[in-house]
Write a protein that binds this ligand. Structure first.
Ligand SMILES: [Zn+2]
Ligand SMILES: [Zn+2]
Length: 415
């Protein structure tokens, strides 16, 4: 088979599986609130084609449409419109949910150098991790990237998601009920806030919220975090119950000073002397950060504060939140990059939620030829690494490899 034929065979196998899934599960797709005011968009298996400006008044209409078209990815607008099917400038925007996108793509993790690959479109040079700005071999600037999700990346994304939820609830006073958490079906989480209070905010106001979350323009002097020179100065006494950023920083300082092990402290970039002084403090009494602050050197304190701020910032894709016309993935639908279900997650269940296990969508097996794949985990099992080999795998693992373009179906001889 030539490359185009392999690609087509792979696409057909994925589409057949997606079709089967939607035939059985179209009732499980939970449409968003006020669905009639939303724009829906569908990415089709026909390469790159996007069907937009659709609207549906009933969940059953949407379900029928999905079953008939079998899209690779399904989106809806965070925005509410008078006429969702009209062209962009005539839709009549009436508001938009506040949305946040947390993606391992934007989080630095060591493991990416092992499981992510780039290949120069011009000369074929390749390497691990993110592509360079220009190809070291031919100075080309176009690359094809293959990214994989792994437990470490997903844990980091989960950590960011719980930080963000905590911030929205504590600092912005949102209710648990209006903060909806969804796993994307690939490397991250989406948070949708459906609230009348935030609905009418424009891009600039949303940018202010983003700046607060990411600590842009944070002035430590205004927060009164300078080295406590005078013990009687109550404002300098930092406690984890302080509101807003003071409390966030205090809680991170507590984490650093009282709980983190040597290795993560080192990863955080703290100097060796600082780590030793922290460990020494814990050995003695070590229960109260204000005690620690009293004895610590000014330089050490500054470094700890600096790292605590880094820890407390939330790593979000800022563009997504400020775009008031954004289309976002519909929970309960399949992700065309993986074949996993984009899934609603109960906030309380987040610590125990296992995205690599609980979002698997297919049963049975498929036989495929794997060109190349790193070691990966799905459905509670590990597979690979593979190179140039025929394998019969559980369908969720096989479809993942097909979606990643790392494999193609093996045509079984007709007996
Ligand atoms: Zn090159
Ligand atoms: Zn990873």
């Amino acid at each position: 088979m030539d490359n185009e034929a392999k690609h087509r065979a792979g696409r057909n196998m994925i589409k057949a599986r997606f079709h089967e899934y939607y035939r059985r599960n179209r009732e499980n797709i939970t449409p968003p609130k006020s669905m009639g005011q939303r724009e829906f968009g569908f990415l089709l298996f026909v390469e790159g084609a996007m069907l937009r400006h659709k609207s549906f008044n009933q969940p059953s209409e949407l379900g029928k449409f999905i079953e008939a078209t079998v899209p690779s990815d399904i989106y809806y607008s965070a925005a509410y419109y008078m006429d969702p099917e009209a062209p962009m400038d005539r839709k009549g925007w009436t508001g938009s949910d506040l949305i946040f996108d947390i993606d391992a793509d934007h989080i630095e993790t060591e493991c990416k150098r092992i499981h992510d690959k780039w290949r120069c479109d011009t000369c074929g040079a390749s390497g691990g991790g993110k592509p360079p700005i220009i190809c070291p071999k031919c100075k080309g600037q176009r690359f094809t990237e293959t990214t994989w999700m792994c437990r470490e990346c997903l844990e980091e994304a989960k950590n960011e998601a719980s930080k963000l939820i905590d911030l929205l609830i504590r600092d912005f006073g949102m209710n648990h009920e209006e903060v909806n958490l969804n796993f994307s079906g690939h490397r991250g989480y989406h948070i949708h806030v459906e609230s009348e209070i935030f609905k009418n905010l424009g891009s600039d106001e949303r940018k202010e919220i983003v700046d607060y979350l990411t600590g842009v323009g944070l002035d430590l002097k205004l927060l009164n975090l300078s080295y406590p020179t005078d013990e009687s100065d109550a404002s300098g006494k930092l406690t984890s119950h302080d509101p807003g950023w003071r409390g966030r920083i205090a809680r991170s300082v507590e984490e650093i000073v009282l709980r983190m092990d040597r290795e993560p402290l080192g990863k955080l970039g703290l100097r060796r002397e600082v780590i030793e002084s922290i460990i020494e403090y814990r050995k003695n009494i070590g229960k109260d950060i204000s005690e620690f602050i009293k004895d610590v050197e000014r330089k050490t304190w500054r470094q700890i504060i600096h790292k605590a701020v880094t820890m407390a910032k939330v790593n979000i894709d800022t563009v997504v939140t400020t775009d008031i016309h954004r289309l976002i993935r519909l929970p309960g639908t399949l992700n065309g990059k993986t074949g996993l279900k984009a899934s609603k997650v109960n906030i309380k269940d987040l610590p125990r939620f296992d995205p690599l296990k609980e979002t698997v969508a297919f049963e049975g097996e498929e036989t495929i030829h794997i060109e190349e794949a790193p070691r990966f985990e799905i459905g509670g099992e590990e597979y690979g690494p593979f190179k140039d080999i025929d394998e019969t795998l559980p369908a969720h693992a096989a479809i993942l490899l097909l979606c990643k373009g790392s494999a193609y179906p093996v045509v079984k001889p007709i007996v």
